[in-house]
Design a protein around this ligand. Structure first.
Ligand SMILES: Nc1ncnc2c1ncn2[C@@H]1O[C@H](COP(=O)(O)OP(=O)(O)OP(=O)(O)O)[C@@H](O)[C@H]1O
Length: 311
């Protein structure tokens, strides 16, 4: 769906992005991760035909963004860092306006607006003027305007920006809901937790260059940290250890009132295996988490380049 090769963009003498190359397959949900100023917005703007590259190539669904921008624009939906909303319009009215602008046939506009509002949880505010909405709802309208014409590719630039924790969870759920639908999604963020649970794969960018790409588990392994899983199990320590012996190295973190807390040295992908092992042994599984702080430090190591963030 996206083929990027040696993509470079200079602002004056400063390279905002340098020699970026990556591929994104149809149907993938990809997280584009980097600290502020890393070059995420510049890359998304080039893919969205808003900005020209200085050199290199970007091809969307077989069409080059420089030589065939019209074809590319028909296939993408873009949520820029500041969503272009008309405050005086009602939500449904605005989405219908955008749908017509993007070439949705008149007889289909109403159904497409309903579909976009359902996907983004906006049905209840269809009539509300945009100026009356909270920031979280405005961001949803931003996503809805990006997908109302059913684009093959959605480019979402920091959709979680400025959201409170509850709104952030809602936005993650919204993006997860787009998976498996007809869209390929590229979503940028400077916060790992915001996208780590949402995306199939991560592209990590630092100072305009791609420093890593892969699933969380792959990135963890590359950096010598395969991740870990934390579990709380009710049962005798020896039985719990025996049940988990086959999954990976296990460390007991604590034991109190018949509950054992353990850390299993295994990537987050193996969580179902851990659950099966515990339940299969007739033990009670009270909690199962992936190793969060490892992921955070992984991201900081990738983007800052130092070891200061290592646990
Ligand atoms: N119009 C511009 N003129 C000059 N420099 C720019 C311009 N836009 C971006 N830059 C610079 O290019 C670099 C990359 O910026 P970009 O906005 O792409 O990063 P980003 O990862 O999206 O960061 P943020 O999350 O803060 O938006 C930064 O150093 C930024 O200062």
């Amino acid at each position: 769906m996206i083929h990027v090769e040696g993509l470079t963009r200079y602002y004056g003498g400063h390279a905002a992005i340098r020699g970026l190359s990556f591929e994104i397959q149809r149907g993938e949900v990809i997280g584009f991760l980097g600290l502020n100023g890393a070059g995420k917005t510049t890359t998304l703007k080039i893919l969205g035909c808003v900005l020209l590259p200085t050199s290199g190539r970007a091809v969307v669904d077989g069409h080059d963004v420089v030589s065939h921008p019209h074809e590319v624009r028909q296939r993408i939906g873009f949520l820029p860092d500041t969503p272009p909303l008309y405050d005086e319009m009602g939500v449904g009215e605005f989405l219908a306006f955008v749908a017509r602008l993007r070439g949705v046939p008149s007889r289909e506009v109403s159904a497409r607006v309903t579909e976009a509002e359902e996907k983004t949880g906006l049905r209840d505010v269809d009539d509300a003027p945009i100026f009356s909405l909270s920031h979280g709802y405005r961001q949803r309208v931003g996503v809805a305007q990006a997908l109302v014409h059913r684009p093959a590719l959605l480019l979402l630039d920091e959709p979680g920006s400025g959201l409170d924790p509850r709104q952030m969870v809602e936005m993650r759920t919204l993006i997860q809901g787009l998976r498996g639908a007809e869209h390929t999604v590229l979503v940028s963020s400077h916060l790992l937790p915001e996208i780590s649970q949402t995306c199939d794969r991560l592209l990590v960018i630092k100072d305009g260059e791609l420093v890593a790409q892969g699933t969380e588990a792959e990135l963890g392994q590359r950096l010598g940290s395969g991740g870990f899983i934390e579990v709380e199990v009710r049962g005798e320590r020896e039985r719990v250890l025996a049940a988990l012996a086959g999954v990976g190295p296990v460390h007991v973190l604590g034991e109190a009132e018949g509950v054992v807390t353990l850390r299993v040295e295994a990537p987050a992908d193996l969580r179902p295996g851990v659950a099966r092992a515990v339940v299969g042994a007739g033990l009670e599984l009270l909690r199962l988490d992936r190793g969060r702080e490892k992921l955070e430090s992984l991201f900081l190591r990738l983007t800052r380049g130092g070891d200061e963030a290592a646990p």
